[in-house]
Design a protein. Structure first.
Length: 301
């Protein structure tokens, strides 16, 4: 497979993963569980299914435990678990769509980290795309007549938790890009195994799901939003630059906002609609256009 075809597949995988991510908040809320219970369920259920995937595909045969992986794996795993706890906690304080967009400060954090830590270059097209995405996010978070000053204490707590989650996600992303010789499924399995062990003493076993819908939400969070989604994410990480990861990641808050509107009945104004358009446009600039240029160059050789 050519380089541009391989990168195109990675872009599609990551875009699908981010779209799935946008539905996490709805499933977490509908599960009726606390943040700790929800994260524990994700880890336990996701770990079982991902463990089966790892066993059937013999992923451990590809494992090459280098010295740096011994400390990188725990950093990635623990950062993701803390990220989940903070993010799921934020859903209890503020709108899912809004906290997800605040949480999406992390693509900018990833870009900054990749630029300063790894010396990764950023083309003018992708820099413009990142600017579009950032402006679009601001327009959505600050709708007309509802500035930050009008938010109550609970909302600010929710936004603070979302920003904290973004920090830990950034740590996991940057550390994950430096993992060598560790298959993506094993990386994700380490996260789920660590979360299951560490969180088990803190689970409120007296407050388990009361009906089939709540159990279904937890199963979906474990199977789809954990096992399947994180296989897609880690498979694509190492084939994409942090700038591409940053911009395509804006599909996550876009989908979350659409879910907030269609399922929870949140209203949206013209400014927010324009912000959504900018976010979608940024994805085109950062991914589709560069891939087309690569394809055109390849066809002339």
């Amino acid at each position: 497979m050519s380089n541009h075809s391989s990168q195109g597949a990675a872009l599609a995988e990551y875009a699908l993963a981010m779209s799935i991510s946008g539905t996490i908040g709805a499933f977490a809320i509908e599960s009726g569980q606390t943040a700790i219970n929800t994260v524990f369920a994700r880890c336990l259920i996701g770990g079982i299914f991902l463990g089966g995937y790892v066993f059937l595909n013999r992923s451990f045969s590809e494992l090459n435990l280098q010295k740096k992986n011994i400390w990188l794996l725990p950093v990635v795993a623990s950062s993701i678990v803390v990220n989940w706890i903070c993010l799921f906690s934020s859903y209890r304080y503020a709108s899912i769509g809004m906290v997800t967009i605040i949480y999406h400060l992390q693509p900018v954090m990833v870009f900054i980290g990749g630029y300063f830590l790894f010396g990764e270059s950023l083309s003018k097209t992708r820099l413009f795309a990142l600017l579009l995405a950032a402006v679009g996010t601001v327009l959505i978070v600050l709708p007309g007549g509802q500035g930050v000053a009008t938010y109550d204490r609970a909302t600010l707590i929710g936004y603070g938790l979302a920003a904290t989650a973004a920090i830990f996600y950034t740590i996991a992303t940057l550390a994950g890009k430096k993992l060598v010789g560790v298959p993506a499924p094993i990386t994700a399995l380490c996260q789920l195994a660590l979360g299951t062990v560490v969180l088990s003493p803190f689970v409120d076993y007296s407050h388990l799901p009361q009906n089939r819908m709540q159990w279904g939400c937890l199963l979906t969070l474990g199977i789809v939003h954990s096992a399947f989604m994180y296989i897609l994410i880690y498979n694509s990480y190492k084939k994409l630059q942090t700038s591409q990861i940053s911009v395509l990641g804006y599909l996550y808050p876009l989908v979350a906002l659409l879910v907030d509107i269609s399922y929870f009945g949140r209203t949206i104004d013209i400014r927010q609609i324009f912000g959504c358009i900018l976010i979608a446009g940024s994805g085109l600039c950062a991914s589709i256009l560069p891939i087309r240029k690569l394809a055109q160059k390849a066809s002339t050789v």
